[in-house]
Design a protein around this ligand. Sequence first.
Ligand code: NAP
Length: 249
Amino acid sequence: MSKLKNKVAVITGANSGIGLATAKLYLKEGAKVVLSGRRQEALDEVSKDLEGDFITVLADASKPEDNKRLISEATAHYGNIDILFLNAGIAPVSPATDITEEHYNEIFNINVKSPMLTVKEALPSLNDGGSILFTSSIVHKKGFDGLGVYSASKGAIRAYSRVLTSELRSRGIRVNSIAPGPIETPIYSKMGLPQDVVEDMGKGFASQVPLGRFGKSEEVANAALFLASDEGSYVNGAELEIDGGISQI
Ligand code: NAP
């Protein structure tokens, strides 16, 4: 119950899915948690069920000034940060023939530019020995039709995490990524696809997973706890697949 006692954690995309499950687990383990999201009503709604020491910060990851303010509000409230979990992401679908500049910019702004700039803003107030986590995805290892730009964005952030691992070596800050497989979260209903297509896609994914099912946000949160806590003290620069084995076969 105290793997993160008194640690300060900032989590983006914390009002839903993987980010929310991780916020709950971190709070249970004694962390002070800054939950960030782009919709105040969603932050207010999830706050009702949370227990522990937390604040919410409204910040749109697609806006660099919001990424900056997220860090300044977090540090104004709790002081230096120990764990920075860059998790917010979107996964709209577009086949290669239909990709537009708007589609590319939206995905790369949120999935790549935002985590990079948020890290930059946070580094002066990130404690030495702290931990940075990115939510990447298995999609940069395995091709799924329609997810070209999304997959490229996740590959980009994985590549960036390797460089950051090296650049932060003198400060003992560990940098790791979590690569979820298909996880049951609201992200699928936000892809811009009809419900029956989402359901068929879901069945298709599940049938490819050796464990034969979607994962749960809580199963990803367990990995986020392991990597951010002392239990993961010698894990650095790694990407941990939480995917029921789909990326390994
Ligand atoms: P989710 O429930 O939709 O959570 C995504 C979170 O990111 C939500 O809180 C969402 O806010 C937030 N977000 C999106 N755009 C934002 C923006 N511009 N500013 C601030 N917050 C923003 O989906 P999830 O599955 O937990 O996704 C979390 C991460 O896991 C993402 O990076 C995703 O790419 C990755 N991932 C998920 C899966 C999967 O199968 N679920 C697989 C591989 C990787 P709203 O609620 O306002 O949309």
